[in-house]
Design a protein around this ligand. Structure first.
Ligand code: 48F
Length: 255
C-alpha cells in the first residue's frame, strides 16, 4: 500500500504537469480575479492552468478585512456570484456581504470542477518571450526561490498569459524590466497603484483589465497597479468582474 500511495501521486502528478506544458492560457496568481478568469476559460473549453506561489490559492480573499472574514460585493457582481453559487446577504443600499472562506473555497471549487488545473506552491519567475510576444511562463518551486537556491526553472508555453498577481503586478514588471519594450499603460511601464478610493478603484479595475502587451493580459489589482489606479480594500465585485472580462478578452484573442 505504501508503494501505491507514493507511485499514485508521483505518476498522476507528473502526467498532469506534462499535460499542461503547452496550453491556451496560463494564469499567474490565484486571487479572485485569476480564479474567476480560470473558471470562465475552462468553461469555454480552453486548456487553462493557474499557478500560485502559496500553499493555499485564494490570494487576498480568505482574510476579509483585517482578518474579519467577510467581504463585500456590489450589485453589478451578483450574476458572477450566482455562477459560483455564492450565498450572500444584502447589507445597506446595493451592497452584499459574503463569508470570505465560503467565497474563496467556492471560487476554487467551481474553477477546478470546470476543468482549470491549479498548481500551488509554484512561482512564476519570468515569461517565455518569443517574436515580441509573451508566449508562456517560467516556473519554479516557491521553496526553491525562498531559499535562494540556484536551481534553473522549467517552462510552460501558453497562447495567453494573465498577470493576476495582485498589488505587485509581478509579471508585467518582469516583462517591462527585462525586454526593453513598452506596455499598453499610461507610461509604457508599470506605473504602480495609488492609495485607497473605493468607487474609483472598482471602476478603474474593470477599465484597466486588458492586454498590455501581445500575449500578456492583466486582471484584478495587477490591472490597476500597471496603470496607476487606486486600490479599494475588501470590496471584491471589481475583482470578480475583472476576471470575467479578461476571460472574454483572452477567448477573443484565442479565436
Ligand atoms: O492579490 P490577489 O488576491 O489578486 P487579485 O485577484 O485580488 C486582489 C484582492 O485580493 C485584494 C483587493 C480587492 O479589493 O484589493 O487585494 O488582484 O492574489 C494574487 C495571488 O497571486 C499569487 C499570490 O500568492 C496570490 O495568491 N502570486 C503573486 N505573485 C506570484 C503569484 C508569482 N510570481 N507566481 C505565482 N503566484
Amino acid at each position: 500500500m505504501e508503494k501505491i500511495v507514493s507511485s499514485g501521486i508521483i505518476d498522476t502528478y507528473f502526467a498532469k504537469l506534462k499535460d499542461n506544458l503547452d496550453i491556451d492560457a496560463a494564469i499567474v496568481g490565484g486571487g479572485p480575479s485569476g480564479i474567476v478568469a480560470a473558471y470562465y476559460l475552462a468553461k469555454a473549453g480552453k486548456k487553462v492552468a493557474l499557478f500560485d506561489r502559496k500553499l493555499a490559492p485564494g490570494g487576498g480573499m480568505w482574510g476579509g478585512a483585517m482578518m474579519f472574514n467577510n467581504i463585500v460585493l456590489q450589485e453589478e457582481a451578483l450574476p458572477i456570484a450566482e455562477d459560483f453559487q455564492l450565498t450572500y446577504k444584502p447589507y445597506g443600499k446595493h451592497a452584499y456581504v459574503i463569508d470570505s472562506v465560503h467565497a474563496t473555497s467556492s471560487l476554487l471549487y467551481h474553477a477546478t470542477q470546470a476543468g482549470a488545473v491549479i498548481f500551488n506552491c509554484m512561482s512564476v519567475e519570468d515569461v517565455v518571450f518569443k517574436n515580441n510576444r509573451v508566449s508562456g511562463v517560467v516556473i519554479n518551486w516557491t521553496p526553491v526561490l525562498l531559499q535562494g537556491m540556484h536551481v534553473d526553472p522549467l517552462t510552460v508555453l501558453a497562447k495567453a498569459v494573465l498577470d493576476g498577481t495582485g498589488h505587485d503586478c509581478e509579471i508585467a514588471s518582469v516583462v517591462a524590466r527585462k525586454n526593453d519594450i513598452k506596455l499598453n499603460t499610461p507610461t509604457g511601464g508599470v506605473v504602480g497603484e495609488k492609495s485607497l478610493s473605493v468607487e474609483e478603484g472598482e471602476r478603474t479595475t474593470l477599465e484597466n483589465t486588458r492586454e498590455i502587451y501581445p500575449g500578456l493580459f492583466v486582471s484584478g489589482m495587477a490591472a490597476n497597479g500597471v496603470s496607476g489606479s487606486f486600490r479599494m480594500g475588501p470590496i471584491f465585485g471589481g475583482m470578480l468582474m475583472s476576471g470575467k472580462k479578461v476571460a472574454q478578452l483572452i477567448l477573443d484573442s484565442l479565436d
